[in-house]
Ligand binder design. Structure first.
Ligand code: SF4
Ligand code: SF4
Length: 139
């Protein structure tokens, strides 16, 4: 069966995505994300292999051990306030990137901004640059 180190888990859902037997289930609300690990009797090892945090280990089946559930509050985007990712996931991304890549070219702290706002900001900048380019070209 699977043993979860809840202190290492990021709440990324990779394990639930790859589990072929629905032994790892997920629940989402607009503010939270939960992962629930049932007592798996299989030993396929897929979830262990795909966990980016090495939070899972295969241990001998134990009828008496409880199932595990972890619930995370989702972090709010610094621009729109929409909740979009767990704090451990964002911190993990932040720590894996060199400091100069954690901000965009204008100094925006992009890890803490949701994908929708990032796309909008980039689209707005691209449009401004295009307009600026045309203005420069015109006589
Ligand atoms: S060992 Fe396999 S079946 Fe069991 S929880 Fe992990 S992925 Fe699912
Ligand atoms: S794959 Fe690992 S880090 Fe991601 S939710 Fe599962 S146990 Fe947690």
């Amino acid at each position: 069966m699977i043993k979860v180190d809840v202190n290492k888990c990021l709440g990324c859902f990779s394990c639930s995505n790859v589990c072929p037997s629905q032994n790892i289930t997920r629940t989402e609300t607009p503010e939270t994300r939960s992962v629930h690990w049932k007592k798996c009797k299989e030993e396929c090892d897929l979830c262990v292999e795909f966990c980016p945090a090495k939070a899972l280990t295969l241990v001998p089946f134990d009828e008496g051990s409880p199932e595990t559930t972890v619930t995370y509050d989702l972090m709010a985007c610094k621009i729109c306030g929409e909740r979009y990712a767990t704090e451990p996931m964002l911190k993990r991304i932040e720590s894996s990137l060199p400091e100069n890549l954690q901000k965009d070219s204008t100094g925006l702290d992009w890890i803490w901004i949701c994908p929708v706002c990032r796309r909008n900001i980039e689209a707005e900048r691209a449009t401004k640059q295009m307009v600026l380019g045309r203005t420069r070209k015109s006589p």
